[in-house]
Design a protein around this ligand. Structure first.
Ligand SMILES: Nc1ncnc2c1ncn2[C@@H]1O[C@H](COP(=O)(O)OS(=O)(=O)O)[C@@H](OP(=O)(O)O)[C@H]1O
Length: 356
């Protein structure tokens, strides 16, 4: 009897062992099966939740986070359905402050010595404008370096900001309009113009400041020392025939892509000219009279503050030089020389700049 009982117990142990193994196996398959079902329900549900791109709250959209004050979307580099949770395969996409170097949307193409620096310094006060500080001379001198070289010279901008560059020699250099058009046929072009006689004297004054043994302005501007024949081969004189150069540009760009800015008004009423520029560039009128003050020592409008300086300051020493006294008769003769070209320029631009 005792032996029989022992046998029964032995059989029961074996059965118990098989039963336990069987139960564990069952539990394992049951768990795996249910996990698959729950996971596919979860995925199906996620696919049908409408995505709101403007919803940046991390509680409602776990893919969006705020990092260093910027809204950042975390994007998996792998297919979402095959995401390997243990692998570190994410990249950060900054959806708000994406700052990259772009080609210019706006060019200040000239005219040399007409107030191009003042225009650039004034308009770049606008938070939606970023400008290259130096003259890049890409389209006239460095075109062979290629567009990528040019883009790298531009300041980084965020989406919605305008990129701007100024090189005054673009206006008078043959071949530049075609090159600019090839880069961007829709580019906006700003041209500051000033009475061509004063502009020529300003040009001469700059050259004289570098080379003190230069001939007098009157000697350079006329052939044979008399005021009969204007020397149109003298660069400072030639540049003032604005109509000739504008004609070249108009072969590539319609008039509506230009804004003509009066160099004289940029001095007498800078806010008014800058309003025109802001309107033309579809910018909010952020730069106002409040940004300027008239510095009577310098004789020019100066800035109360700028991007780089929070204290009042004027343009540098090379802007607003004292011009030499020029013979009145020479000035009169030059005014006569430029008059027909000025008239033509007024007709082309539909603006009377009021030069004598
Ligand atoms: N706010 C202010 N401050 C100083 N100067 C001013 C200003 N607005 C216009 N201007 C006039 O700008 C003239 C220089 O023109 P540009 O900047 O186009 O010169 S350049 O071509 O870049 O060398 C410069 O010419 P000059 O007076 O002959 O020096 C100024 O008359």
């Amino acid at each position: 009897m005792l032996i029989q009982n022992v046998k029964i117990i032995k059989v029961s142990n074996k059965t118990l062992l098989f039963l336990t193994i069987g139960f564990i196996t069952f539990l394992y398959f049951f768990y795996v099966f249910n996990s698959c079902i729950i996971s596919s329900f979860h995925k199906a549900f996620r696919k049908h939740v409408p995505h709101n791109p403007h919803n940046t709250s991390s509680s409602q959209n776990s893919d969006t986070q705020i990092i260093f004050g910027s809204v950042v979307r975390i994007v998996s580099l792998t297919d979402d359905d095959n995401k390997n949770e243990s692998a570190f395969k994410y990249r950060l996409v900054n959806t708000q402050n994406l700052s990259v170097r772009r080609f210019p949307d706006v060019l200040i193409i000239g005219v040399k010595k007409s107030g191009t620096r003042a225009l650039l310094e004034f308009i770049r006060l606008h938070p939606d404008v970023r400008a290259a500080g130096n003259e890049i001379h890409f389209f006239d001198r460095h075109y062979s370096f290629g567009l990528n070289w040019y883009r790298k010279k531009m300041p980084p901008t965020m989406l919605g900001q305008l990129t701007m560059e100024k090189t005054p020699s673009y206006f008078i250099t043959t071949g530049v309009p075609a090159r600019v058009h090839k880069m961007n046929p829709n580019i906006k072009l700003l041209l500051v113009v000033r009475n061509p006689v004063t502009r020529a004297i300003s040009d001469y004054t700059q050259a004289f400041s570098k080379k003190k043994d230069m001939k007098k302005f009157e000697e350079l501007s006329f052939v044979n020392g008399s005021y009969q024949l204007v020397d149109t081969s003298y660069g400072a004189i030639k540049i003032g025939v604005y109509a000739k150069y504008l004609e070249r540009w108009l072969k590539f760009f319609p008039l509506k892509q230009f804004l003509f800015i009066s160099g004289e008004r940029l001095i007498s009423d800078p806010a008014a000219e800058i309003y025109r520029v802001q309107d033309f560039l579809n910018l909010k009128r952020v730069i106002t009279e409040k940004h300027f003050y008239f510095n009577s020592t310098k004789g020019f409008p100066c800035l109360l503050k700028s991007e780089s300086r929070s204290t009042p300051h004027c343009l540098g020493k090379t802007k607003g030089r004292i011009h030499p006294v020029i013979d009145e008769k020479a000035i009169e003769r030059l005014n006569d020389f430029y008059r027909p070209f000025n008239e033509k320029f007024y007709q082309m631009t539909f603006i009377n700049f009021g030069w004598s």
